[in-house]
Ligand binder design. Structure first.
Ligand code: ITT
Length: 200
């Protein structure tokens, strides 16, 4: 079974990634599982650049196939903030209840058509000695007018998906993992990986 490292320290992401990639003939290790504890400086100017930085750093370090996820929430009314700064928004260690409450407050009394937002996820796949490949997934929605739901992580309790009339934190994990930005990016990366592993 082929070992693949997923270069993330975010446990919420890792849980979803494992659920979405379940059934593939791979041994998927988080950074923690692989015994890697390094701080990668994410100084790219896009989700794609940051995903490549993370995947290539760990691929160089280990010589293994490495995947990395860079993702975030773009809110149109806030000029696409927090965007690539989603994890660092209002401080890396600030509880999400505080971050989410702040965003709801910023959008107070703003009409629905101006509350548009999207989750974006770019996954980079780095093979030793080869070019890194990326795939991006997006889910469109709105900023809810109140916090709702306790599933998922991060900004899920304020991200409202009109098709399902609830936030991504109200959804069962199985549903979020079918329709999310991360699900879409990972489905596309699955094809890249399958092709690569078949051609070896
Ligand atoms: P790694 O770099 O270790 O993977 P991180 O949390 O720092 O972890 P990012 O820089 O990609 O990762 O920031 C992603 C942030 O975007 C994440 O911390 C959440 O705040 C937000 N986010 C991304 N996907 C999300 C999702 O599915 N649901 C809720 N929030 C999400």
């Amino acid at each position: 079974m082929r070992r693949i490292i997923f270069a993330t320290s975010n446990e919420g992401k890792m849980k979803e990634i494992r659920e979405i990639l379940m059934g593939m003939d791979i041994e998927l290790l988080s950074l923690k599982d692989a015994g890697i504890d390094i701080d990668i400086i994410e100084d790219g100017s896009s989700f794609e650049e940051n995903a490549i930085i993370k995947a290539e750093a760990i691929c160089k370090l280990t010589g293994e196939i490495v995947l990395a996820d860079d993702s975030g929430l773009e809110i149109d009314y806030l000029d696409k903030a927090p965007g690539i700064y989603s994890a660092r928004f209002l401080g890396e260690n600030t509880p999400y209840l505080e971050k989410n409450t702040y965003i709801i407050e910023q959008l107070k009394n703003i009409p629905n058509d101006k509350r548009t937002a999207r989750f974006v996820c770019t996954i980079a796949c780095s093979f030793p000695g080869q070019d890194t490949i990326t795939r991006t997934g997006i889910i469109e929605g709105y900023i809810a007018d109140k916090i709702s739901g306790s599933n998922g992580f991060g900004y899920d309790p304020i991200f409202y998906v009109p098709e399902y009339k609830c936030t991504t934190a109200d959804m069962p994990a199985e549903l979020k993992n079918k329709i999310s930005h991360r699900a879409k990016a990972l489905e596309a990366i699955k094809e890249v990986l399958t092709e690569h592993l078949d051609n070896r």
